[in-house]
Design a protein around this ligand. Structure first.
Ligand code: CP
Ligand code: NVA
Length: 302
C-alpha cells in the first residue's frame, strides 16, 4: 500500500512523515523508472491548469502522469473561461465531474485551496505566489542524493527572501528540523506575518557573508518572480548585492552545494561561472522534479 495524502497544496500542510514518505517514494520512482510495477493513474485523465509560464514543471508533470499510466491535458488559463473571469470554484466544480486530478500553477494560494475543496479531486500546487512545494521536495531529494542524508544540513537562501521558493524552504526546514538562513535586503525579508505563522527560528540577515558562513547549501532563485515584472528595474537594483558568486561561495562549507530552482539569469542572481561549475547539481534538481512529482501523483491519486 502506498502512503497517501489528499492533496499537495503546500509544504506547510505536510507532516514530517509525509515529507519523508514522498522522498522515499521519489527515490523508488527514480530507481524503477521505465519498469514500474503499479500504474496508479491507469485510465485517469489529469489536467494541468497554468496561469504562468513553465518549462520544468509542465514537462515533468506531463511525462510523470503518462509514466504512471494516465493521460494529461494542458489548459492554459488564458484559453479556458477561467481567463475571462469564470470563478475558480465553478471551474473546479465542472472539472471535478470530468477529470481525476488537477495540477495548478497560479497566483493566489487560495485558488488552489478553493479548487481542491470545490472539485473534490486530488489537487497539486505547481507554484503559487506563496509556495512552490514540488520544487523543494525535488531539491530535498537532490540534497539527500548528494550528501547521503538531510541530517544536520545548513541551508542558506540568498535573494528575495519573501518569494514562494524561500517560503517553501522555511517550511521544509521546520518540518525536518534543519537550519535555514535567509540573506535578503530589508525590503525582501520574509514578512513578519509569515515568520509568525512559521514559528521556527530562521536567521534572517542583510549580511550575505554571515548567512553563507559554513552553509552546506547556497540556494538562489530569480530576483523577479512571475507576477513581479513591473518591479523589474527596482528589483535588479535592490537585489544586486545578493548574488551567488565565487566570493560568497568562499564563505560556505568547503564542499557546499550551489542550488537553483531555474530558470537562471546569469550575471543577476548567479554568475555564469558558478552556474556552470555547479550545473551537475542544478540540473539534477531539475531532473528530480520528475521523480518527486511522480511520488506525489502516486500518493494523491484515488
Ligand atoms: N523551477 C520551475 O518551476 O521551473 P518552471 O517555471 O520552468 O516550471
Ligand atoms: N520564484 C520564482 C520561481 C520560478 C520557478 C517565480 O515565482 O517566478
Amino acid at each position: 500500500m502506498l502512503p497517501s495524502v489528499k492533496n499537495l497544496l503546500s509544504i506547510e500542510e505536510l507532516s514530517q512523515k509525509e515529507v519523508l514518505d514522498i522522498l522515499s517514494l521519489a527515490a523508488t520512482m527514480k530507481k524503477e523508472r521505465g519498469r514500474h510495477s503499479v500504474q496508479p493513474l491507469k485510465s485517469q485523465v489529469w489536467a494541468l491548469i497554468f496561469s504562468k509560464s513553465s518549462t520544468r514543471t509542465r514537462v515533468s508533470f506531463e511525462v510523470g502522469v503518462r509514466e504512471l499510466g494516465g493521460d494529461v491535458m494542458f489548459l492554459s488559463a488564458n484559453d479556458i473561461q477561467l481567463g475571462r473571469g469564470e470563478p475558480i470554484r465553478d471551474t473546479a466544480r465542472v472539472l471535478g465531474r470530468m477529470i481525476h486530478g488537477a495540477i495548478i500553477r497560479t497566483f493566489a494560494q487560495q485558488d488552489v485551496v478553493d479548487f481542491a475543496s470545490f472539485s473534490g479531486i486530488p489537487t497539486i500546487n505547481a507554484l503559487t505566489d506563496q509556495e512552490h512545494p514540488c520544487q523543494i521536495l525535488a531539491d530535498l531529494q537532490t540534497i539527500e542524493e548528494k550528501r547521503g542524508s538531510l541530517e544536520g544540513v545548513k541551508v542558506c537562501f540568498v535573494g528575495d527572501g519573501d518569494c514562494n521558493v524561500a517560503r517553501s524552504w522555511m517550511w521544509a526546514a521546520k518540518k525536518l528540523g534543519f537550519e535555514i538562513r535567509v540573506a535578503a535586503p530589508e525590503k525582501y525579508r520574509p514578512s513578519k506575518d509569515f515568520l509568525d505563522s512559521l514559528a521556527y527560528p530562521v536567521q534572517v540577515t542583510e549580511d550575505c557573508d554571515a548567512a553563507a558562513a559554513g552553509a552546506d547549501v547556497l540556494y538562489t532563485d530569480v530576483w523577479i518572480s512571475m507576477g513581479k515584472e513591473e518591479e523589474s528595474a527596482l528589483r535588479l537594483a535592490e537585489l544586486k548585492d545578493y548574488q551567488v558568486n565565487e566570493k560568497l561561495l568562499a564563505q560556505a562549507a568547503p564542499d557546499a552545494l550551489v542550488m537553483h530552482c531555474l530558470p537562471a539569469y546569469r550575471g543577476k542572481e548567479i554568475t555564469d561561472e558558478i552556474m556552470e561549475a555547479h550545473a551537475p547539481t542544478i540540473f539534477q534538481q531539475a531532473e528530480n522534479r520528475l521523480h518527486a512529482q511522480k511520488a506525489i501523483l502516486a500518493m494523491v491519486a484515488r
